[in-house]
Design a protein around this ligand. Sequence first.
Ligand SMILES: Cc1cc2nc3c(=O)[nH]c(=O)nc-3n(C[C@H](O)[C@H](O)[C@H](O)COP(=O)(O)OP(=O)(O)OC[C@H]3O[C@@H](n4cnc5c(N)ncnc54)[C@H](O)[C@@H]3O)c2cc1C
Length: 491
Amino acid sequence: MSSNVSRRQFLAGSAAVAGTTAGVLALGHHPANAAPRDGVVDAIVVGAGLSGLAAAKTLSEGGASVVVLEARDRPGGRVHNIKSPRLGATLDAGAEFIGPTQNHIAALAREYDVRTLRTYNVGDSIFFNDGRAQRMSAAVPLPLVPDIGEAGPALARASADALAGFPVGEPWKHPNARHLDSLTWKQYTDQMVSTQTARDLMQVAMSAPLSVRPDEVSALYFLNYIAASGDENNPGTLIRLLSTDGGAQEKLFEGGAALIPLRMAKALGRRMVYNAPVRTIATSGGIATVTSDAGTFRGRKVIVAMSPAISDQIDYRPGLPASRVGLTRGYHMGAVSKFAALYRRPFWREKGLSGQVYGDGRPIDVTFESYAEDRHILMGFISADAMRRLDRAPAHQIVRECIGNFVDYFGPEARDFIDYGIFKWDLEPWSRGGPVAVSSPGTLTRFGPALRAPVGPIHWAGTETADYWTGYMDGAVRSGKRAAREVLGAL
Ligand SMILES: Cc1cc2nc3c(=O)[nH]c(=O)nc-3n(C[C@H](O)[C@H](O)[C@H](O)COP(=O)(O)OP(=O)(O)OC[C@H]3O[C@@H](n4cnc5c(N)ncnc54)[C@H](O)[C@@H]3O)c2cc1C
C-alpha cells in the first residue's frame, strides 16, 4: 500500500463524518451552536488532536463559545486510522493501546461507545538480541529477560529514582534535577551497566515508549515519564509503563482508537474548522487574532493544543518570552512508524508465541499482535535512527526489511502475509514524528515551567504538558481539560 492512498481513502470518510465546514466561522460568520459576542469567541482551540478536542468539549460544557482550528482535513492528530490497501482492514497508524490508570481516555471511550479488547498476551514473548532469540513467559513484562544481568539492578535503580515523591509533571522541582537533567539517558545508564546486552536492554526500555536514541533525551525527562505512568492514587512505575497485562499495552480499541476523536469532533459539529493551519496569533488589547488558511478568528483566549516541538511553527505577535522559545527549541519529536502485516491465521499463536518481541531494531524493535475486524495482524514499531534511515525509502524496501524481521522473530510463515500497512509520522508536517516530543538535557531545568505557563491570552495543552501519562492519549485528554479549566476560570 502507498501510505498516500490509504490516507486519501480514510480522509474522504473522515471529512464526511466530521461534517467539515472550513471557513464558515471566519470573521463575520458564527456557528449556530456557539454564542460569540461582538464577533469574538470565548476561546479558539488550535489543533484537533485529543488534547484540543478535550479542551473544546470542556469549554463547551462550561458554557463558553469555542472554535477549533485544525490544520489537517481530519481530527485526531497522532490518533489516526488507515486502511490496508487490498483488504481495507482498519489499522491504527498512531496511538493504539490503553491500560490501567488511564482513566480519562477510558471515560471518553465509554462516553463515545468505543469498546476495548485485551491485547493477546499468552504463551512466550521474545527478547531478540544480536541474532539470538530468548523466549520467556509473556506474563513477565519485557525487558525483564532471564539473563538480564547488570540491567536488573540498573532498571531497579531507575524505577527507584522515579518513585517516592517524584514531582510528577514538574521534574525541574526534583531535589537532584540539575544533575539528572545534565545527563542523557545513555550517560545515566552507562554509569550502571557495562555489557552490550545490558546496554541494549536499558536502551529498549526507554526507546520502546519514546522512539529516540538514548543519547537524544534527558535522563530527568525519562524518569518523569516513568513517574507519570500512574494516576493521583497509584504512583507511576516502569513495570506499568512497559507491561501488557496490567500496563499501558493491556487493551486496544475495537474499530481503532481514532473512533474516539472522530466521534468527539462530530459532537462538536460546526465548531470544527478543518484545513485551517494557524499561521499567526497576534494579541492586542487582550484579544487574540488568529490567522489561519481558512480565515481569521478573534478570541478572548487561545489554547494551543499540540506538542511544543510543533507549536513553534506559529508566528506569535508579540513574540513569546525567551523561556517559551528556549523550551520549544529544547524539544524534538521521536521518529516512528508502525508496520502491520496481515495473515490468514495467527501462526505465531500456534507456536506458543504471544506476538510480542523486544529486539535490537533492524529495523523493527518492538512488536505486538494487533487486531482488526477478526483479521490476524503482527504490528511492529520502527523507531529512532532505524526510522530516519527509512524515512525516504520506497514502500517495497520497508516491507522487505520488516517482513525479514518478522521471519527472524516468528519463523518463515511470516513471509506469507496477505496485506500490510505503514504510516510514516516523520513526514507529517503537522506532527513531525512521534509518538511524543522529548527534551534534550538542560531544557527542563532551564525552561520547564514555560511548558504550561500562559502567555497573555494563550494557554498550552498537548500530551507533553500533562502531569500523568504524558506522551499518551490519556495525557492529551488530561492536558486539554486542564487548559480548558484555566480558560474557564479566567473568562
Ligand atoms: C506511532 C504512534 C504510536 C502511539 N501509540 C500510543 C498508544 O498505544 N497509546 C497511547 O495512549 N498513545 C500513543 N501514542 C501517543 C498519542 O498518539 C499522543 O500522545 C496523543 O495522540 C497526542 O495528542 P495531542 O492532542 O497532544 O497532540 P496531536 O495528536 O499531535 O494533536 C495536535 C493537532 O494539532 C494540529 N496542528 C498542528 N499544528 C497546527 C497549526 N499550526 N494549526 C492548526 N492545527 C495544527 C495537528 O494536525 C494535530 O491534529 C502514539 C503515537 C504515535 C505517533
